[in-house]
Design a binder for this molecule. Sequence first.
Ligand SMILES: Nc1nc2c(c(=O)[nH]1)N[C@H]1C(S)=C(S)[C@@H](COP(=O)(O)O)O[C@H]1N2
Ligand SMILES: [Mo]
Length: 337
Amino acid sequence: MSNIIIRPNWVLPESAASTQDAYFNRRRFISTLGLGTIGVASVGSLGCIGQTGEAAEAPKGPLDTIPADAPRDGYPAARNSLYKVPERPITDRIAASSYNNFYEFDGNSKEIWHLTDKYDPYPFTIEIGGLVEKPMTLDLSDLIRRFGIEERLYRHRCVEAWSLTVPWEGFPLRNLVELAKPLSKASHLKFVSIARKNEMPGIKKQSWYKWPYYEGLRMDEATNELAFAVTGMYGEPLTKQNGSPIRLALPWKYGYKGPKAFAKIEFVDYEPKTFWNDIAPDEYSFLSNVNPKVPHPRWSQATERFIKDMDTTRRVRTQLFNGYEEFVGDMYPNEPR
Ligand SMILES: Nc1nc2c(c(=O)[nH]1)N[C@H]1C(S)=C(S)[C@@H](COP(=O)(O)O)O[C@H]1N2
Ligand SMILES: [Mo]
């Protein structure tokens, strides 16, 4: 009896679900093999957990993946009381660090923390360029010291209809925009993540994607008070699987609009291309505001599975702009209401 491994209930059901990840991996895998639309059953074995073969270095738990050299200045930060989530509890920290989406590690599994042992982000710099007074490269540790950090409790809604409530730590993205001094003709920002194929196993395994991950925002979105540059969660620096060393939280948008491990911001005068929109433009729009009335072509967005702990079966109603209409509603006169 002692060798029975009890896994949280998401391990099996998720790999069977038709989602952002499973759908594309399956489709791509099949076309790689030249099998047309048959042979789906063979895909299951790709999603096995614990096959890294590096037990010695592998993290023992999902919180072992906070980089040892992550700057700890300001942690734990005081919570900003302006942003409340009165109707939902805070997600259990282990659950929020175990149930993830970060395709650079794996697109087929939610439990990716096992795969992060080679990833070593620090020291880390962010390159700022494009339509700015002067291009610059900023050291992340310097930025954290310069801006300081605060904690914000935000809802976090994935387009695959699961959600969390997370205490993020970081600084307003607006601070970074002001430091960058964009020219008046800059209308949008383009974010580019890192793609280290020797540290992130999902890149080689899913070589058909257009790495690195890239996303974009309008200037008014990036300077909205909610847009948050996240360097930590639950009072400590970010775990690798949650986007160490820096990612965005844009709580009124679906999760994929917030790039993890971004190392480049380019100011531009056009609407930039984005990773998921390029893959499936009819499924992942540039704006991607959370909206229960706008279904994904393959599933409803009216409700979501709220992940409070390892049980992922509770459903709650999805809210327009994920409950942030008072902060962002004015930016979107054409959003279906
Ligand atoms: N670079 C990068 N950023 C990314 C992703 C990714 O695959 N790569 N996934 C996105 C998606 S779909 C979601 S829902 C969130 C998940 O964040 P979490 O794992 O911290 O909950 O990260 C987003 N940022
Ligand atoms: Mo997502």
